[in-house]
Design a protein around this ligand. Sequence first.
Ligand code: NAD
Length: 381
Amino acid sequence: MKALSSFEGEKISMDIFQKINGHEQVVFCNDEATGLKAIIAIHSTQLGPALGGCRMLPYKSTEAALEDVLRLSRGMTYKCAASDVDFGGGKSVIIGDPTKDKSPELFRAFGQFVDSLNGRFYTGTDMGTSPEDFVHAMKETNCIVGVDEAYGGSGDSSVPTALGVIYGIQATNRAIWGSDSLAGRGYSIQGLGKVGLKVAEHLLDAGADLYVTDINLDAIERLSEKAKTMGASIKAVNSEEIYTVPADVFVPCALGGIINDDTIPLLKVTAIAGSANNQLLELRHGEMLQARGILYAPDYIVNAGGLIQVADELYSSNKERVLQKTRAIYDTLTDVYRHAEADGKTTVEAANYFCESRIAARSKRNSFFSHTKRPKWAVRS
Ligand code: NAD
């Protein structure tokens, strides 16, 4: 199988070293027998081995794939630092169509490349890949996380992710209204998938009012049924209306880039706290929210529950520990809000500063990570 024959002969016009500046290592993986074309980017191992999922997408070019993996691996450095998991930032992408180009052999080949990094990079599922794909990769390396419990993994990561969102909303409510209580407030939820549905159910249980939207009408129907059994009701709105409803907190649990020049003027909420990755289209949109008096909970802090769970697999998975670290999202966010206010920064600037300070402080003790200096906890039998 040839995954992407159109890539043959493609010229890379950029200066690669300039492009990967700031990253420790970028590995191009090419296996002609299986058609695997993948890129592994390790942004930083200052806090520990790099950790980050593997995306499979039919990227238009190698440059587009490289751009994506560099951006995502850098983001993982911040997310790992914020959630205090002793991992650094990394990410991988497989260039190919997940509906056509997958095979067990392709993922085994990918697993071999991961293994060749000797414990510097741990990976698992992300967009376009599933836990089952990584059961094949696991045959070649111990550096796989997030497979099903039946295969020794920690299972569905959306459970701790949703819980982390709830803690994030509670910290946000306290910062604005002086109380953690979820009850009696209105929440507008965009996306009722694995995370959004669990968040919605929790909020309904707590006595909240919900506006919801999803392009999948079955998801809305499922939540409506659940609400009826609880004697509650939800207001379903369309994809555009969700930005305009008079809720207190907007909870994005679907797409990235939805906080932008077009949507910010429409918002009537006082805060935004949800699971979607990269909610701000650009950094300056954090400033626009601040100018409008809307408190923004940085997404990589709020949605870290899943990361906390997979990172914990290296200590052999303990649900109580995962819960405890997920609960800490509340405290981290509270600190970020306090610093943002004290220093006149946006919450995103304060969060980034918090992560950079933590990395600087800890990396004085952790020098460049390599298998020769591998901490005991990172060695799995
Ligand atoms: P999912 O695919 O299960 O759910 C996404 C939902 O959003 C789906 O029901 C989909 O129909 C809906 N949707 C898509 N486009 C929409 C639109 N335009 N308007 C309204 N609804 C729309 O994904 P998930 O696992 O629930 O993750 C949700 C978000 O949280 C994603 O951005 C994901 O990257 C992020 N996230 C998830 C996890 C996790 O553990 N699952 C962890 C961190 C971050």
